[in-house]
Design a protein around this ligand. Sequence first.
Ligand SMILES: [Zn+2]
Length: 262
Amino acid sequence: MNQYNYEEIDIIKTAVNPFYRIMKIHLYLIDGLLIDTGPRIRKFNLIRAFRSKDIRQVAVTHSHDDHAGMAHWISEHFSADIYCHEKALPSLNKSALSPWYRRLFSSRHININVKSYPDIIRTPEHEFLPIATPGHTSNHVCLLEPDKGWLFSGDLYITPYPKVFLKHESINDYIESLNKLMSYNFDILFCAHEGVIHDGKEMLKRKLDYLLNIRRDVTELHQAGFTDREIKKRLFPDKVRLELMSFGLFSRLNMIRSCYRE
Ligand SMILES: [Zn+2]
């Protein structure tokens, strides 16, 4: 666990998983607004960090546990409004069901205070515009601070040149979301896994161009009758570390199939 600042932003950085320390998650706290909450598996470290903070609002970029996992704990210990995309509401509320041993003594479900995003999130010094940006998940949201040119990009960016996807990631949605973001002004990305990225808009443009090329190449080969495995051999011949480390949860074949699935 490591904490530092970027201008007035408090950044909490921790390994996503204690057994796989290479992948980090960054939580951003500005003016009482916490962007993403961290994974439940890091609970003890995160609670130690949260206790000294003044958390008044929480923006969850999407429903994966490394982003939404601590929302429940925060709702029990802070009187904070917690926001997520309306499509993420069922999964955030489900994770808030009280554990079985508490239900023995009370029929009450823990009331997690999650709401769908308002048009604008206001803090004393800033305004944040939630922008629906599906691709990584269908319930993904980025937050733009237009005066500062800051974009809190959740898991939309991570790398401009991805070679592996989760099963439900959608290349078409990524392309549409990236196109949409090109119409906004921003300069710095606050990526949940990679931290602060300068020239953020340029980096997202690179990702957009790359994905357009990949989609075109895969679609052409698919229409010419190549199998997914043949396409993989041609376009992504090298082994990908994340694919090995995730036991295929992230895979090149998922990415290839997403190009012609929809
Ligand atoms: Zn994610």
